[in-house]
Write a protein that binds this ligand. Structure first.
Ligand code: SAM
Length: 202
């Protein structure tokens, strides 16, 4: 099998936080159920397969349009889904990777309607438009186990010059609205690198 190939690395900065949380989680739950909303070339999925989803009973559900977000319009992404699948295949992992191609709002609604078992860990890293992030947060929260953890990537991301951003094009306003409205149902996990925001469901 050829080695996985990646053109971007938007994940390595999250490894310390994920490593810390998942290594504690796996002590109680050896066969993790993970939902990744936004997988791109599969860098984070491959890391999960290599480190925390190694058993045949582990599951990763991977949701992506495989068309990139609005911030990726200058990139040539015609073969993105095949690249993701080839990267996953290159691991020859026995864990189940269930690929759901489509918009996150559609696919999360579908998972809820299917009564999919809830997840131990959810990563929200798809569209960065606030309205989409808010929808992803609300729907993904329904799919999170009590005690489960949800990671929001790019909490403080901004592609524009500071002071000129439209907050509705960024995740932060949506994540803040979600954590405020759901404050009695979750806690924000402290002392983790702030580029991502991590919450735990009560
Ligand atoms: C920043 S990348 C994800 C990076 C990935 N988590 C990693 O670690 O490499 C965002 C991904 O979200 C996908 N995406 C953008 N908008 C989406 C939407 N509305 N629904 C589903 N996926 C979307 C893009 O195709 C892209 O692959």
């Amino acid at each position: 099998m050829p080695a996985p190939t990646f053109t971007q690395d938007w994940f390595s900065r999250s490894i310390p936080g994920w490593q810390f949380l998942l290594s504690r989680m796996i002590q109680k739950t050896p066969h993790l159920r993970v939902l990744e909303v936004g997988v791109f070339e599969g860098r984070s999925t491959c890391w999960l397969l290599e480190n925390f989803c190694k058993t045949p009973e582990s599951t990763i559900v991977a949701v992506d349009t495989f068309q990139g977000g609005v911030e990726h319009q200058s990139m040539e992404l015609g073969g993105l889904m095949k690249q993701f699948e080839d990267n996953i295949a290159s691991f020859g992992s026995s864990a189940k990777v269930d690929v759901r191609a489509g918009t996150s709002l559609d696919q999360l609604c579908r998972l809820i309607a299917e009564n999919t078992p809830q997840f131990d860990f959810i990563s929200v890293d798809a569209s960065h438009q606030a309205a989409d992030v808010l929808g992803d947060a609300v729907l993904a929260f329904q799919l999170l186990k009590p005690g489960g953890v949800m990671a929001f990537d790019d909490y403080i991301w901004s592609p524009m010059r500071p002071g000129t951003e439209n907050p509705l094009l960024l995740p932060k306003v949506a994540i803040d609205a979600f954590t405020t409205i759901y404050s009695q149902k979750l806690r924000i996990l402290p002392n983790l690198p702030l580029y991502q925001l991590y919450i735990q469901k009560h």
